[in-house]
Design a protein around this ligand. Structure first.
Ligand SMILES: Cc1cc2nc3c(=O)[nH]c(=O)nc-3n(C[C@H](O)[C@H](O)[C@H](O)COP(=O)(O)OP(=O)(O)OC[C@H]3O[C@@H](n4cnc5c(N)ncnc54)[C@H](O)[C@@H]3O)c2cc1C
Length: 385
């Protein structure tokens, strides 16, 4: 494949082997792998640019950093230290790993670098272009220059937690969602070791955590939880947390901060994620850890399986190859994490959070927290027959 013009300007009618809807990491990675296998791939993205409206903190775990060649200049300093706090922030549990565990992506250049790799592999990427529906193998798009129809053999729904492609293909959809929001700002540097601070407070983060990531270069201050448990709204919770957030002693929060936010599917991998006409990847497929709400590692790993299955289907000309992409077969790997998610959802009062800390402070509790935070578990590698 040769380098495609980026961004690609769509004509009134077009065609491709595979239409990928959504230029997040899942869509871009799937598209790049398919193009490298010689397939003609068109990605459509409704945002006008990939550096805007970012919806992730961008914490990459060690396993992802080991297995995927992310551009090092787009990654912050390694983080080894995690501090867990009860609602009153007293007597936190300090955990330090002997290995580099996390790095926070500088997401705007990282998305641009992923798009550049995709274009170099020959992927056409059309921005400001919304997928609006399908009729058989004809897909309707609404672009800057008006409506376009594209004929494609397969469609990939990489269009996030509320996937329109999932709906149109009659596949499973996410129903169990958290909402998350954060403020991001630059830091002048720090003498403190890069640290990930997590606060278990069901008022600020009902069913999840409030966080401060301070890697010495950037601060991310955020909360996430169940939408129906934020009576005063998510934005208010971020402001409240930001006023007393740990890990930022001596740091002046600037007037202007970048705001990020979005939905996080935490119901586990969906069961029906493929059909003869297409498949889902990333958030659209529910490929997010129900416990940690991390979706960057799963979306990259799942994209590899998706590209492999689509390659088989395109080469063999047999749509039944798509049945190998089966969420129901992989879902049992998430059983433990789904159970822990149910436990976290039950922490509804500050008293319950404080009681959880009584356990976390014991050697058993610290070891269990260390296994979750510094463990090697990730999205199951392909288990195909
Ligand atoms: C606040 C927050 C913080 C998070 N922090 C982390 C973290 O630190 N680490 C981690 O591992 N995970 C984190 N996650 C989860 C992680 O970001 C996601 O799981 C991951 O980014 C999903 O990638 P994706 O490509 O599937 O979806 P997305 O990145 O959401 O991409 C979907 C794309 O589809 C486009 N799209 C949607 N509909 C259409 C349409 N009709 N037509 C055209 N385009 C469309 C959207 O504009 C978007 O660009 C966080 C999530 C949130 C909300």
């Amino acid at each position: 494949m040769t380098t495609a013009d980026y961004p690609y300007r769509l004509p009134a009618t077009d065609s491709a082997d595979v239409l990928v809807v959504g230029a997040g990491l899942a869509g871009l990675h799937t598209a790049t792998l398919l193009a490298r296998q010689g397939h003609d791939v068109l990605v459509v993205e409704r945002r006008a640019g990939l550096a805007g409206a970012i919806r992730t903190t961008g914490i990459f775990v060690r396993k992802t950093l080991d297995d995927f060649p992310l551009p090092p200049e787009c990654l912050g300093p390694p983080i080894r230290r995690v501090v867990l706090y009860p609602p009153n922030l007293r007597r936190p549990v300090d955990l330090v790993s002997s290995r580099d565990e996390y790095r926070v992506g500088d997401m705007a250049p990282l998305y641009e670098a992923s798009a550049a790799s995709a274009a170099a592999a020959g992927v056409r990427i059309a921005l400001s272009t919304r997928y609006a529906g399908r009729h058989g193998d004809t897909f309707h798009l609404a672009g800057r220059d008006g409506p376009t129809t594209v004929r494609a053999r397969f469609v990939v729904g990489a269009d996030g937690a509320r996937s329109r492609v999932a709906r149109d293909l009659g596949l499973d959809r996410n129903h169990h969602l958290l909402v998350g929001a954060e403020e991001v700002f630059e830091l002048p540097g720090s003498d403190e070791p890069p640290t990930f601070h997590c606060v278990l407070d069901p008022t600020l983060a009902p069913g999840y955590l409030a966080w401060v990531v301070n890697d010495g270069q950037h601060a991310h201050v955020g909360v996430a939880g169940y939408a129906d448990r934020y009576p005063e709204g998510l934005r208010r919770a971020v402001e409240q947390f930001s006023a007393s957030a740990p890990g930022l002693a001596g740091v002046d929060r600037p007037e202007a901060v970048e705001r990020r936010g979005g939905l996080i599917p935490v119901g586990g991998l969906l069961r029906r994620i493929s059909c003869p006409d297409g498949l889902l990847v990333g958030d659209a497929a529910g490929a997010v850890s129900p416990l940690t709400a991390g979706g960057l590692d799963p979306c990259l790993r799942q994209s590899e399986l998706a590209a492999e299955v689509l390659d088989d289907a395109l080469r063999a000309g047999k749509p039944d190859a798509m049945s190998a992409y089966d969420g129901a077969a992989l879902r049992p790997h998430f059983r433990g994490r789904l159970m822990l998610r149910r436990g976290l959802a039950q922490v509804r009062t500050p008293a319950a959070a404080a009681a959880a800390f009584a356990v976390l402070r014991t050697p058993f509790g610290r070891a269990a927290a260390g296994r979750v935070l510094f463990g090697d578990r990730s999205f199951p590698d392909a288990v195909r027959g």
